[in-house]
Ligand binder design. Structure first.
Ligand SMILES: *Cc1c(COP(=O)(O)O)cnc(C)c1O
Length: 336
């Protein structure tokens, strides 16, 4: 089942990259960082605003994280800031397609090319997204997907890594399973040594079966999510005090995982929505607020500083239809 899921996923999203199914998106990121050759003391450039799962695996490895600020209109990584963070010790850049809108991949790849860096895409929000006609998944050295409970496709928990350099696949498989070459072992050759420290990061058949079923529904799921997002953008475009994050791009297709706004008096808006039976929230927080990442770097991220008290994530999920979006927007239009 795992091999079948990998194969079906590769056909849909792989764009020539090799798939490796794992136990979670975080497992996939950790393996990508290991396969990228990141070592203790290396510097990596990573988004300050993301799920902590993007950045915690760097701490497992003793890598030094240099956080980059967000772009104001998208909350994606700010390429100008990335440029200023590059040093001779920089090894890799990880980017997150926030909410499902792809980052500025051409600009990031130009920097990577100039400085010999590896790019890892955290595409946990971006299954089905495209950038300038290319699939997210076929662009960078490594792309990671998550099948955690609330992602586009779920396997209860699970992840997928797409690997551009197919020669790395055998090593990736060994690292997924304690460092053991399972295919050699299954052929009964017991003299195999273990020479690399691996992990227990495999996907199981039950999860893969869910994933296969999820892929069957995926086109409908994505189409519905995109309709809901477009409806929000349309309904909210003239509303004072609100800006929609990631609106207006024509060179990339949104995967519509999250609908985020920048709102004046966010707390009051959240209370107003809640009083009308509508949940909203933050989902992710700036990572420099956490002690494990060294704590707040005041002033280092001017855009994040400006936006951290005003972003709000509105409901967007597959149990909704356009009427629900209209109702939410009507409640907002009454003022808060
Ligand atoms: C969900 C998510 C992850 C982690 O995936 P898991 O499958 O939960 O390990 C990583 N990055 C981002 C941006 C996510 O939203």
């Amino acid at each position: 089942m795992v091999e079948r899921f990998e194969k079906e996923f590769e056909e849909r999203f792989g764009g020539g990259c090799a798939p490796l199914a794992v136990g979670s998106g975080t497992d996939a990121l950790h393996l990508a960082y290991l396969l990228a050759g990141i070592q203790a003391g290396d510097e990596v450039i990573a988004p300050v605003f993301t799920c902590t799962a993007t950045n915690i695996p760097f701490l497992y490895m003793g890598a030094t994280i240099r956080f980059a600020d967000v772009e104001k209109g998208t909350l994606n990584i700010d390429v100008d800031h990335v440029k200023r963070l590059i040093t001779p010790r920089t090894k890799a850049i990880v980017c997150v397609h926030y909410g499902g809108l792809p980052c500025n991949m051409d600009e990031l790849h130009a920097l990577a090319h100039e400085h010999g860096l590896i790019i890892i895409e955290d595409a946990a929000h971006a299954l089905g997204a495209t950038y300038k006609g290319k699939k997210i998944g076929e662009i960078s050295h490594f792309t990671m997907y998550s099948f955690q409970a609330i992602k586009h496709v779920t396997t209860a928990d699970g992840g997928m890594l797409l690997i551009k350099d197919r020669d790395l696949l055998e090593k990736a498989k060994r690292l997924r399973w304690f460092g053991i070459d399972r295919s050699a072992k299954q052929k009964g050759i017991w003299e195999n040594d273990i020479t690399e420290i691996g992990y227990k990061y495999q996907m199981n058949d039950m999860a893969a079966a869910m994933g296969i079923a999820g892929l069957e529904e995926f086109n409908d799921t994505l189409a519905l999510r995109r309709r809901l997002l477009a409806r929000y953008f349309d309904n909210l475009k003239d509303l004072d005090g609100v800006k929609c994050v990631g609106e207006g791009y024509t060179d990339r297709e949104h995967a519509a995982w999250m609908m985020t706004i920048i709102a004046e008096r966010r707390i009051e808006l959240q209370a107003h929505l809640r009083a009308n039976g509508i949940e909203s929230g933050q989902v992710h927080y700036r990572n420099d607020r956490y002690s494990i990442f060294g704590g707040r770097q005041q002033g280092a991220f001017p855009n994040m500083d400006k936006l951290e008290d005003s972003y709000l994530v509105l409901p967007l999920h597959t149990k909704m239809n356009e009427t629900h979006v209209d109702r939410i927007c009507d409640v907002m239009k009454k003022g808060w």
